[in-house]
Design a protein around this ligand. Structure first.
Ligand SMILES: C[S@@+](CC[C@H](N)C(=O)[O-])C[C@H]1O[C@@H](n2cnc3c(N)ncnc32)[C@H](O)[C@@H]1O
Length: 426
């Protein structure tokens, strides 16, 4: 009995759940729920690290306990290939927007609005309801849960779901074919994504010709930048931006910066820094420019630029790459860095902000699933992937011996790191 893992997990889950519960009660915070008006995010502030750790432990331990309670055979059978299909249909047929917040519709009415056959709609929504997305207060009647309400009210989240259940899902499905057809390929046009879309272009080039898809991707990126751990605030606190440039005056180029959210927040905080946000797609760049707050308009500029071509902004203090290099295999990531060399002054900094994969024996057990699954996204899409720290050092050396690795810090509360390299000259 003493060495029972399931008992150990059960006791720990109970203890940590009690900790979280006491915190909620002591702070008059609502109980977790999927009811219509429940908070959309678990209400633990950043500085409550102990409570946040207790919550994380519950989530991890529940997964392990569940797997052990299944046993190997039922565990394998418990994976459902249909798990995402309800979200795909909800996003594609805009079902969340079609249900009034706080009101009700019948399956028949929703079928009329969406153009789906009533019987199909009912099957799909009942799967969603079993996943806490929508509820069925009386048989045949649909209403919002907190989760479906979020999809209705947060367009960026809806765009993320559409991207994830459409583009990512198709790319993942075709990855096996791509690996068989192009073994060991580093080419961004020889992937699950390219086979799924019958193209030899990389995803971004492909999207650039389809404005609806590229704007949707940019919205999905905006959404990701609001996820816990990835908010602009983390990057601001994760680097000594006050030391950028001379006498506090400096220029930062956000390469592949899309929406420019990080630079907008940095500009608010550091009035003597100027920013240039670059991205491939003219549409995305202009859309981001339109959404730029007026108060930073003179210090945050947007520019269309292909980062495989020579960097046109010469002599900046920092070239910032956030969630960019992990998209690309070493061959292409090195090309991106090399395209910057003609623009670099001595001492210019290359900042890379993205996940660093811990060495296999250092990955916390509860994080392995997320880390490994995220890594595969870039393989499915571009033949890229997340790197370990040694891989970053190798990449910098491969790009040019003039890039000196200065060190790296994990951004507090985030899986992103900020890696600093410095240009030491040819
Ligand atoms: C994963 S997103 C990251 C966006 C942003 N840095 C962030 O953290 O949210 C990668 C970005 O690289 C841009 N990109 C891809 N290929 C590019 C190219 N050849 N030149 C410039 N930008 C490119 C994409 O449009 C996209 O905005």
């Amino acid at each position: 009995m003493d060495d029972s893992r399931i008992l150990e997990l059960g006791i720990r889950i109970g203890r940590n759940t009690a900790k979280v519960n006491e915190y909620l009660a002591a702070n008059n915070l609502p109980q977790p729920s999927f009811d219509l008006n429940a908070p959309s995010q678990f209400p633990i502030p950043d500085n409550e690290t102990e409570i946040a750790a207790a919550r994380k432990a519950v989530l991890h331990d529940c997964l392990e306990l569940r797997a052990l309670m299944f046993g190997p055979r039922e565990y394998l059978e418990s994976f459902q290939h249909n798990e995402l299909v309800s979200q795909q249909i909800i996003a594609r047929f805009k079902l969340a927007e079609a249900v009034p917040i706080g009101g009700e519709v019948t399956f028949a009415e929703l079928a009329d609005i969406s153009g789906l056959h009533e019987i199909h709609l009912r099957k799909l929504l009942r799967l969603a309801i079993a996943q806490h997305i929508f509820c069925e207060p009386r048989p045949g009647v649909v209403a919002h849960s907190a989760a479906s309400r979020l999809i209705a009210e947060n367009k960026m989240l809806a765009d993320w779901i559409r991207y994830s259940t459409d583009d990512l899902w198709h790319a993942a499905y075709h990855m096996g074919d791509a690996l068989a057809r192009y073994p060991g390929s580093e080419e961004p046009g020889e992937t699950g994504f390219s086979l799924a879309n019958k193209t030899s272009k990389d995803m971004f080039q492909f999207f650039a010709e389809k404005p609806e898809l590229s704007l949707r991707f940019a919205a999905a990126m905006r959404f990701i930048n609001g996820r816990p751990g990835l908010e602009p605030e983390r990057v601001i606190n994760g680097y000594h931006w006050d030391k950028v440039g001379k006498g506090g005056i400096g220029t930062v180029v956000d390469v592949g910066g899309s929406h420019g959210k990080i630079c907008i927040e940095l500009a608010r905080r550091f009035p003597s820094l100027s920013f240039i946000v670059q991205d491939l797609d003219e549409q995305v760049v202009r859309d981001a420019e339109r959404q730029r707050p007026e108060e930073v308009a003179d210090r945050v500029r947007f520019m269309a630029h292909d980062f495989f071509k020579e960097q046109p902004v010469k002599g900046a203090d920092v070239y910032f790459f956030r969630a960019v290099l992990h998209d690309w295999s070493d061959t292409y990531a090195a090309k991106i860095l090399q395209a910057h060399i003609p623009a670099l002054k001595l001492g210019a900094k290359i900042l890379i902000s993205e996940p660093v994969v811990p060495e296999p024996d250092k990955i916390p057990a509860g994080d392995a699933l997320r880390i490994r699954a995220n890594d595969l996204v870039m393989l499915e899409l571009f033949n890229g992937g997340d790197r370990e720290m040694a891989d970053f050092k190798r990449l910098l050396e491969k790009a040019h011996h003039g890039f000196q690795f200065n060190g790296a810090n994990q951004v507090p509360g985030s899986n992103h790191w900020i890696i600093e390299a410095e240009w030491m000259g040819e």
